[in-house]
Design a protein around this ligand. Structure first.
Ligand SMILES: Cc1cc2nc3c(=O)[nH]c(=O)nc-3n(C[C@H](O)[C@H](O)[C@H](O)COP(=O)(O)O)c2cc1C
Length: 209
């Protein structure tokens, strides 16, 4: 692997539980791939392009099979830069908390920017075709509550199913989740224990990534 794109969606820096787990993943990963460049994009702290009228209109031009004319070029320049940065990676690490049962809004904004026809997917006679092929993804999340399969709140997890759906749509189907939970609901001891468990799992997954 030559390039890993690490997309971070928490603004909490050193306080972040999900980032602590990602750090453990990266410790093992960087030993395994010492030559690999880890490109870090924090969508929670960097300013992302807005989905302006011209960006949205341009999307419909592409959906109709057309090319972006001169009048879209300026608005689309930062969008295409993000798409190219995304496509340059051979693999992806997403570090994200759960916010209101789903993903934080800056991560949704990033997804709305990069998931574009012609670049990440296209429509064919046989249906939709994802254009991001043979790439792996690891998603490290943390949640205040517990949304695991045996929890009564499992059905409230719109984070993992959404991320699997949207990245599967563009062709990334090899996705491993490490969900660090519960972080707030059962106190500090459980929090510490669950972070340690998630770190150990992250290191194990990094060995095979
Ligand atoms: C705006 C906001 C919304 C949140 N919504 C949820 C939620 O729906 N369910 C949940 O279990 N925890 C929720 N939390 C708690 C975080 O998911 C939890 O504290 C997580 O560990 C934070 O990750 P981080 O430390 O990496 O930022 C929310 C936190 C914030 C700031």
């Amino acid at each position: 692997m030559e390039k890993l794109l690490h997309i971070i969606a928490t603004p909490r820096a050193q306080e972040s539980r999900s980032l602590q787990v990602s750090k453990s993943f990266l410790e093992v990963f960087t030993k395994r791939y010492p030559e690999c460049h880890v490109d870090e994009l924090n969508v929670a702290t960097e300013i992302l392009p807005a989905l302006t009228v011209k960006v949205v209109y341009g999307k419909y031009v592409l959906l109709g099979g057309g090319e972006l004319s001169e009048r879209f070029k300026h608005a689309w320049k930062p969008v295409i830069q993000h798409i190219e940065r995304f496509l340059l990676a051979d693999g992806y690490l997403i570090t994200t908390p759960m916010w209101n049962f789903s993903i934080p809004y800056p991560l949704k904004q990033y997804i709305d920017i990069i998931i574009q026809p012609k670049y990440l997917f296209r429509y064919t006679d046989k249906g939709v075709e994802g254009l991001v092929k043979n790439k792996k993804m690891v998603v490290i999340t943390s949640r205040g509550g517990d949304y695991s399969q045996t929890s009564p709140f499992h059905a409230y997890d719109f984070q993992e199913p959404y991320l699997r759906a949207i990245f599967g749509f563009v062709g990334i189907t090899d996705i491993t989740f490490i969900n660090t939970q519960p972080m707030d609901a059962l106190g500090i001891e459980v929090q510490r224990q669950k972070i340690e468990e998630a770190k150990a799992l992250a290191q194990k997954i990094a060995e095979k990534f």
